[in-house]
Design a protein around this ligand. Structure first.
Ligand code: NAD
Length: 301
């Protein structure tokens, strides 16, 4: 019998991930503090639930996809949370990007109740969530990972067990550093080229096949040139990830100079009211300094 799955947190990522599980034939019980996505998935066959506790009472495996550490703590350990409804043998898979030390804390509370936990953050953004092609980095017991691999593969193209609980989160922090630095660098490059009088679209075409090419360039340069900053991945969430990276790095005695700089830029963009924009809007920070806008001059079509 396939496990009954609960899903808590139906935002940009959680909703399409939950939908893919339903399409693959899993029975789903869903909850979010917002009624809208719950009603939407209920109309497609999911069972709605009014709390994390109710989700856990009705299911074997509860997946959470929430913004940050405090949200996972609240939804899992808080009143009416997942752990109140979980039984011995239930499994929690937190796919949110949160501080790894918090994942370890939540897992230790769960273990006292005989509940297993995996931390399984993802990369690949909204398009990857919709297509079921996310990169999923999983921490926790290998045996628990193996039991849930088929189900995780419904949501991800690459599903890798990276170590004990918290290892998924450490891997995700490394991922977020690479993505942030990449977007910042491609923004500086496109601003410079535009200020020099070049068409950024032509520059993009010229460099994308060389060593400067990257998934970040492919995904974000077209958004910047089209002035489309609809998230995608929100600036406020990336700022949160880099904040978690810097806290973790401090504990481990690792200086992260570039990460620290980009985190400051993201903080400034939040102050400018851009926290809900896609992280490709990092480019607007550099544009403001240079007084130029990266906009394609090549007619479309
Ligand atoms: P989002 O803000 O769109 O969705 C979060 C959802 O959680 C919202 O629907 C919100 O109402 C709900 N929620 C918050 N607190 C809750 C609670 N206590 N109980 C129930 N529901 C609650 O965020 P998202 O973009 O879907 O991101 C989710 C996680 O995935 C974040 O940790 C983010 O960093 C990570 N992530 C996002 C992307 C991306 O491109 N969006 C990519 C990779 C990883």
């Amino acid at each position: 019998m396939p496990p009954k799955i609960g899903f808590v947190g139906l935002g940009i990522m959680g909703k399409p991930m939950a939908r893919n599980l339903m399409k693959a034939g899993y029975s789903l019980t869903v909850h979010d503090v917002r009624a809208e996505p719950v009603e939407e998935l209920a109309s497609e066959g999911a069972a709605p639930a009014s709390s994390g506790r109710e989700v856990a009472e009705r299911t074997d495996v509860v997946i959470t996809m929430l913004p940050d550490s405090a949200d996972s703590e609240q939804a899992i350990l808080g009143p009416n949370g997942v752990l109140e409804g979980a039984r011995k043998g239930s499994v929690i898979i937190d796919m949110s990007s949160i501080a790894p030390l918090v994942s370890q804390k939540i897992a230790s509370f769960a273990a006292r109740q005989g509940v297993e936990m995996l931390d399984a953050p993802v990369s690949g953004g909204e398009p990857g969530a919709i297509a079921g092609t996310l990169a999923i980095m999983v921490g926790g017991k290998k045996e628990v990972f193996d039991r849930h691999l088929d189900m995780l593969k419904v949501m991800g193209k690459s599903v890798v067990h990276v170590g004990d609980i918290g290892a998924g989160g450490f891997t995700k922090l490394a991922n977020q550093i690479m993505v942030a630095a990449n977007i910042e660098a491609l923004s500086e490059a496109l601003v410079l080229a535009t200020k020099a009088g070049l068409d950024p679209q032509v520059v993009f075409q010229a460099v994308r096949g060389g060593l400067a090419g990257s998934n970040a360039l492919e995904a974000k340069a077209p958004m910047i040139m089209a002035r489309n900053f609809k998230a995608g991945f929100r600036i406020r969430l990336h700022q949160k990830d880099l904040h978690n990276a810097l806290l973790t790095a401090k504990e481990l005695g690792v200086p992260l100079p570039v990460t620290s700089l980009v985190q400051q830029m993201l903080g400034a963009l939040i102050n400018q009211g851009k926290g809900e924009n896609d992280h490709s809007a990092i480019c607007t920070f550099i544009e403001d300094l240079a007084k130029v806008e990266v906009r394609s001059r090549t007619p479309r079509g």
